[in-house]
Each structure stands twice: as structure tokens, then as C-alpha cells.
Design a protein around this ligand. Sequence first.
Ligand code: MTE
Ligand code: MOS
Length: 776
Amino acid sequence: MFDLKPAVAPTQKIRNVFAEIAHDSASKHVLGNANYVDDIPQPSKLLHCYIGTSDIAHGRITFMDLSKVRQHPGVVKILTAKDIPGSNQISPIHMNDEPVLVDDLVQFVGQPIFAVLAESRSAARYAAQFAKIKYQELPAILDIETALAAQSFVIDPQFLNRGDSQSALAKAPNRLQGEVYTGGQDHFYLEGQVSIAVPGEDGDMLVLTSSQHPTEVQELVAQSLGRPANAVTVEVRRMGGAFGGKETQAAQWAIIAALFADTTGRPVKIRLDRDDDMCSTGKRHDFLIRYDVGYDADGRILGIEFTHALRCGISADLSGPIADRAMFHSDNAYYLPDITISSYRCKTNTVSNTAFRGFGGPQGMVGIERVIDAVAHQLGLDPLAVRRINMYGKDERNITPYGMKIKDNVLNELIDELLESSNYLRRREQIAAFNSNSPIIRKGIALTPAKFGISFTTTFLNQAGALVHIYKDGSVHLNHGGTEMGQGLMIKIAQVVAEEFQIDLDQVKVTATNTGKVPNAPATAASAGTDMNGMAARAAARKIKKRLVKFVCKKFAVDKTDVRFVDNHIEAGKHEISFANLAEQAWLGRISLSATGFYRTPKINYDPQTMSGRPFLYFAYGAAVSEVEIDCLTGEHRITRVDILYDVGQSLNPAIDMGQIEGGFVQGAGWLTTEELCWDDKGQLRTHAPSTYKIPTCGDIPEIFNVKIWDKGRNRENTIHRSKAVGEPPLMLAISVHSAINQAIAGKLGGDQLPSLNTPATPEAILNCLSAGDKE
Ligand code: MTE
Ligand code: MOS
């Protein structure tokens, strides 16, 4: 029966949150024991499929003969658009603008036209190349400028304005115009797109996939099969990286596998080869940003106009909200009184671009940081001084262009601290002295801040669900709608639940995300995974806890104020019972040990019509000082030192958060310096493998890398344990690297014109800037 022990002195609380705890899969990752979709033991009778894609950018199919594909040894079946029983659509926002398989209009090189099913993956891949397809070619729009001139858009342009930028510009004592182009970025997740579809009875389908958005895969698979959502279950244990690339773009491959599985009654797997993954899935949007800024003698911005034009590719995908977020981050950390932002969402005959860490925010921020650097340069001021004079205030100058009042601005304090720890002012002087004696190696230093809005700007997406069971032995099963992509979401949510029950973390089992357990979840995105799922899981845990407390009160005849959960047991007045024993007793007492939890983000209200309101619950803040060296003969650069201070509120898990800050920063530096996407004039991506597309590796990590979580951080909003999101914002701190490179070039060139260094700052780009200076 009850293991009654006299209560001991109040036991130490177990600290499951605010603790440096390793990722739940860390050792499995290192040992190679973590199962990704491709590691799941193959079900019997498994077949493999592959895609056949377009090799032109735009045209109508006039002739297609797949008989040679069909005849290839091992081939079982072929799938074309007309074989799809339900809808042939992968549009995530019901725009009906992107097919699973091309019907007759081909719109980019690499677009899937048919799929082939075979006994082995190599047979399917090999056979796919024997298709005979003829096209009537149409003119292709391949870049932003051409799309703008042709007014080719996937969705209508959007405009956001406050005050009267025209007259503010006209009245301003100084005025400057310019532009900056930011390149795209391939996600380069280590695990490519992959799915297994396993048919069940009555037309049911189980899909094991690598997606940030299992619910959307479920819906789209169901629609393609012409079945209701309850016929499809999608499970995701983990992804080998996603970075936004699996927010919408995992569905297409899952659908193809499911359609084959449905018609053959056999499990079907699809795993894209790296080159095909790079050609056939979308990337970060490249942006052309033009600005016109008016400012005073101190560099204070009085009026500004931005024009954003972004390459969306053939369909809307998530381009609308991404372009919106770029607009919302055109201010970054600065108060811009009179402002107009125009945003053109260009339709091009290239793969449909999609979410990528920061979701348009980074591009918007590059725009304003460039403006600040250009203004400072014109005035001969330290860019830092111009940054500081333009920063949002605490109690005044604190309303964003979209009308949200900033209540949590900590940047001024945070930057003071970073200036001190990084020794910025002193080092700036030393760099100037170094440069004056160094004609070939030139140094640059820059501090840039980041302020990033947390919540989905589409209000209804800000909801989350969780499911918690306690078994009779006291072990806990945790499930929620969020997905694990390496960011450490699962361990953080497990910490929250363990903390709530005051049990050891290893008592909480992290389980695969499954649409059958928690339905209708949004994508794990917008950095809001922990905020939302943490709250939902805590709500579920609290429901069960409440029942347990009631049970304990009755059993021991104590008041609920006398019941405490501590150190794997429960104290009830003079009594004490282990958590495991309590679970069993509660079960015998017929108390439900299972509960769902739900959370909706409070306080947000945003009107997309007027682009105003409060789209974000709060802001995440950080700042970085980066120092670089460039070689003026070769255009190469090195990042010699980086100091970062980042506000994660009260960090739920500083070890995980540090990983996100470091990783995000390095990924941002890759975007801004080495990762270059090159398409040829036929619309073929030329950089579709690691041999030609350079992501950062160990050798590219800053030589000195001082990363610190701000110890004064605390979320003023009631988030889970007052923590703050960390997934995306650190990427934007890498803008300091780009700015520092540009400062180094500027120092070499002299004059008051800031070089127009685009991104990525490859050796070619750096040399071009240096030689443009030579010609003048
Ligand atoms: N970290 C790792 N290791 N792998 C990833 O794919 N994705 C990033 C970020 N950090 C990613 C990552 C992106 S784009 C987002 S939106 C967040 O994680 C999502 O997770 P969160 O909401 O739990 O922070
Ligand atoms: Mo992240 S770009 O919101 O998936």
C-alpha cells in the first residue's frame, strides 16, 4: 500500500530548468545511433521511387514518352499528374499555384514532371533519365530585375507607411540613395528530403517523414489521395536539420511516396539525392533593396523609403509572410519616424523560394544596416555612433512603423555591456593604426544589433497542443505538436514537464511528433517552438497534477496547500509518497493520468489589411562585434574575432541556447560571405553540391569566438519560465561580419562613398569593390 515515511526536512527542489543539460540525442548523434527516416529498418516489400524533372525553365510539354523508363529492369510503375486521384497541389496557403507533378506547363529547371517506382532506389533513379519529353519553350524570367520590369508577381505588392516620408526626405539636410542585393541561401540540411509511406487498411496511410510541419503533410497527402485527414498519420521523430527548408517543402515528396504506396499496397520510400534536393527545393529569397534616406548632421534618420523586391520563384509558397517579415524588420533596432516600405514579390521561372532561418527578417535588416553604414561614412562618423543615435528609446521613440509599442527594449544596456567586454572603442583605434601601415591586409570592425519579433505574423498559427501520460510506474510519456530539427526543442519541453512534476529528467520520455496524438499543430517555426509547446505541455502536466493533488488531499486528509512535489516524491503534511507510488495509487483510485494541454499566444493582434497592430508577443535582442581581415590582392577574408551578447530571457537550457547562438551566427556568416547560388542564363542552378556551394566548416569559425548569454535577461512577458526564443535571431548578428568587411574595403578605398558590397562577400565580390574604387 502507501509507502508512508515520516516527512523529512523540506527536500531540495530538483532543478530541471535553467540547467545546462545535453541534448536528449547528443550521444546518439555522435555515435550514429539516432534514427533518421533513412535509418528506420526497412519494412518488408519496400519499394523506392524517384523523380523525373524538367530541364527547361519555362514551356509547355508537347510530347512525353515514358515507355523507356517503364521498360527499365526493376521498374514497377510510373506516376504523372493525371494519375493523381485527389488534388495535384502543394500550395501551403491554398493558392493552388504549385502542382505536385507538372500537368503541362513547366515553370523551372528541376521541376518534377513524373515519378518512377522501382524495386531499388538506384533502378528508379537510373530509369528516370530515359524519359523523352519535348517542350514548346516560352520566355523565362530568371531574375528580380526582369520580373520587376515585367511586373511579374506571385502576389500583390504591399506597402507600409508611417508619416510622410516624401516631405521628410525633401526637408532633410542630407540625403543619400543606394541599393544592396542579398543573395539566396540553400538550407544544406545534412539530411535531405526523405519520406516513407506505409499503407494500412481501409485506405489509411502512415507517413514517416522529415518535416517541420507534420500537420500540413498530413493534409496535403490526404488531399492528393482524395481522403479525409483522419486517413493519414504523419510521424516525425527528428530531422537532420531543416532551417525552414522543411516547413512547406517536405510535402511534395511525401505525397509522391503516398500515392505510389496507395496504388501498390506496398510501403514506398523516396530520398532525394543532394544535387536534386538543391535544384528542386526552394531556398532563402534573394532581395534587391533600394533605399532613399534623409538625415541630419549627427546621422539621425529623419525620413526613409525602402523598396524590397524579392525572388519568390514560381509560386507563393510562404513568400507573402516572408516578405512581410522583411518589411517588419526594415527598422531592425532603429526608430524611423517617417517611412515608406514597398515590397514586390517577384514571380520568376526558378524554384519556389521558402522559409529560411529569420524568414525575411535578415534581409530586411541588411537593408537598414547598410543605410546606417552609408550615412556614417558620408558624415565621417563611427557607424556605431550613428547606430546609437538612431536606436529605439525606452519610453519615447518606441513605436515601430507597423504601430507596435516596444516595451521590452534592452538593447542600450546590452550594447553598453558588449562594448565594454569586446573593448570595441580601443580596438577600433588599433585597427585604424594597423591599417595605416598595411596596404594589403586590411582590417575592419563592426557592431550590429538585432531585434527580432517573436510570434507568427499569421495570428491563427500561434497555437499549440501537448499530450502527457503518466504510466503506473511513474514514468512519463510526453508528446506535443513541435518537431525536433536539432534545435533542442524536445529536451527543453521535457525539462519543463520534469520541473512541473519535480521528477528526474530521465523519467520523461521524449516521443516522436505524431499527428494522431496532437492534431492541427502549426509548423515548428518562427522560433516559437519552445514558447508555445512548453506552455501547452505545462498546461497538460498541471491538469494531471491538479488531479493528483486532489487525490492526495483525500487520502491523507490534508489541505492542498500542504501538498508539495519535490525530488521525485510528494509531501503531504506529515506524509510522503514517491512519485511512482503515487502514480500507481492514483491509478488504483481510478484517477486519469493522461491529459492534453493547449496554448494560444496572448496579446497579439495584427491586421494584415493595414499591416498594423501587435504581430509579436515580444522581441528577442542581441548584438555582435565582428572583426575581419581582408586580403586586398586575393579578396579573401578571415573572421578574426567575434563577441556576442544575446538575450534569451531566463535561459531554460544555456547549453542548448549557446549552441543555437553559435550555430545561428555561423550559418548567417555563411549566407553573407561564402554561400553563393549561381544560375546560368537557362535557369539551371550551377552550384548544386558542396563542391561548388561553400557552407561554413570548422575552419570558418571565428578564430576568437566569445559568446555570452546575457545574465540580466528575463522576459517581461509571461513566457515559459520567462525564457525567450533563440532559434533564428542569432543568425542576424552575422550582419556585423558583412559590415566589417565593407568597412575594411572602405578604409582601403578612402573617400566618403561606402562601397556597395553585396552579399555574399565572396573574394570576387570583395575584389570587384576594390577595383571599382581603382577605376574612379
Ligand atoms: N537549429 C538546428 N540545429 N537545426 C535547424 O534546422 N532551424 C532553425 C532554428 N534552429 C534549426 C535550428 C529555425 S529556421 C527555426 S524557426 C527554429 O530553430 C525552430 O525551432 P524552435 O522554434 O524550437 O526554436
Ligand atoms: Mo524557421 S525559417 O521559421 O523554420
